[in-house]
Write a protein that binds this ligand. Structure first.
Ligand code: ACO
Length: 331
């Protein structure tokens, strides 16, 4: 049933990916691996790595400027800035959103970070929508930004080949001018019992530090457990978004999944009997950029004019927490 509340529309998308490109062959100089192994196990060829002086808020700022320019909107018109990140400039405070708010000069906006790892952008879209429907915000900036290269154990071939840096941003508005896309419905879930399978070891106040191997926070992952969770989460979220909204997969133009690993997406496509071509993937170029992966993909699709007015798309996230969820968006 169509609700009569204010809607949340995506007015524009922007992204920023650092220029420094690191190939699988480059990584083979650091650890015992090969382009053949990495590509066949993950679908990744390259990743982009932030410059030494770039932090999550810098990437976020650049993505935000491109989204605001595309929207033709001034930062002063924003009432809300939400940043999804697991690699903030500072752990705890200040939030990365506060740094972006200041740099943009978004003097009328509330600003906060939302921590839902690779599902962060999905969680932020729904949170911004809820602010709009309650009347607490009219224009919001939703950002996913990550500098994962700073929380990688570069000696661990199991994890260091998987991740990259980048940011994507969306401007949301409750003003139904064309061309705009409508966030129709979201599903947000968490399976906290699996929290230990994927974590940023050494980043908080848990002592003694579990699994401590290196002297800075780094990603610990049980790859097999995360793989099984991710395939299940992707399938369940697609199926629930469709059934809750009485839609059929044939009417969905694209599924835009978190770009963790092509094998997760192929396994989910096979399990659901959905053609793989319906899934948009770009991890070959950017690897896994956690909360940034979905807005970077949306930006690329928009630039390639793959998204037509009226298309229905599903954005699906899964990751640390273990969180998962998705949005049904009427483009
Ligand atoms: N290069 C060469 N060999 C490697 C590499 C590498 N980069 N990484 C692991 N190996 C080796 C292992 O050491 C192991 O060797 P051994 O048998 O001699 O011990 C062998 O490959 C097999 O290791 P597995 O971990 O069993 O490899 P698997 O086939 O499961 O693939 C992978 C690993 C790709 C991580 C897989 O588990 C996976 O897809 N997991 C999903 C998790 C994921 O993608 N996470 C991304 C981040 S989380 C997220 O965003 C939701």
């Amino acid at each position: 049933m169509e609700n009569s509340r204010v809607k949340a529309y995506i007015k524009s998308i922007g992204a920023y990916v650092p220029s420094r490109k690191v190939s699988n062959d480059d990584l083979a100089k650091l650890v015992d691996t090969s382009d053949e192994w990495i590509y066949s196990h993950t679908g990744i060829h390259n990743r982009h790595i932030a410059a030494d002086n770039e932090a999550a808020s810098d990437l976020a700022y650049n993505a935000s400027v491109s989204a605001l320019d595309a929207a033709g909107m001034s930062p002063k018109e924003l009432d809300l800035i939400l940043v999804a990140t697991m690699t903030p400039d500072y752990f705890g405070m200040p939030s990365t959103a506060a740094l972006v708010q200041d740099r943009l000069g978004a003097i009328n906006a509330a600003a906060m970070d939302i921590l839902a790892a690779c599902t962060g952008f999905i969680y932020c879209l729904e949170t911004a929508k809820a602010f709009m429907e309650s009347g607490s915000a009219r224009n919001a900036l939703v950002i996913g930004t990550e500098v994962l290269s700073r929380v990688i154990d570069w000696k661990d071939r199991n994890t260091c080949v998987l991740f990259g840096d980048g940011a994507g941003a969306a401007v949301l508005t409750d003003n139904a001018d064309s061309p705009l896309s409508n966030i129709r419905h979201s599903i947000l879930r968490c399976e906290g019992s699996g929290a230990g399978h994927l974590k940023l070891t050494g980043s908080g106040n848990r002592t003694p530090v579990d699994d401590a191997k290196v002297d800075h926070p780094y990603v610990y992952m049980d790859g097999q457990k995360v793989y099984k969770f991710a395939v299940k989460a992707l399938c369940e979220t697609v199926e629930k978004l469709l059934s809750d909204n009485k839609e059929h997969i044939d009417d969905i133009a694209y599924i835009v999944p978190h770009q963790a690993n092509i094998r997760i997406i192929k396994a989910a496509a096979k399990r659901m009997k959905v053609p793989f071509e319906k899934f948009y993937t770009n991890m070959h170029e950017f690897a896994n950029t956690s909360a940034a992966s979905i807005p970077i993909a949306l930006n690329e699709m928009n630039k390639k004019q793959l998204l037509k007015r009226g298309d229905m798309i599903l954005t699906i996230g899964f990751g640390g927490g273990l969180t998962y969820g998705g949005n049904l968006i009427h483009w």
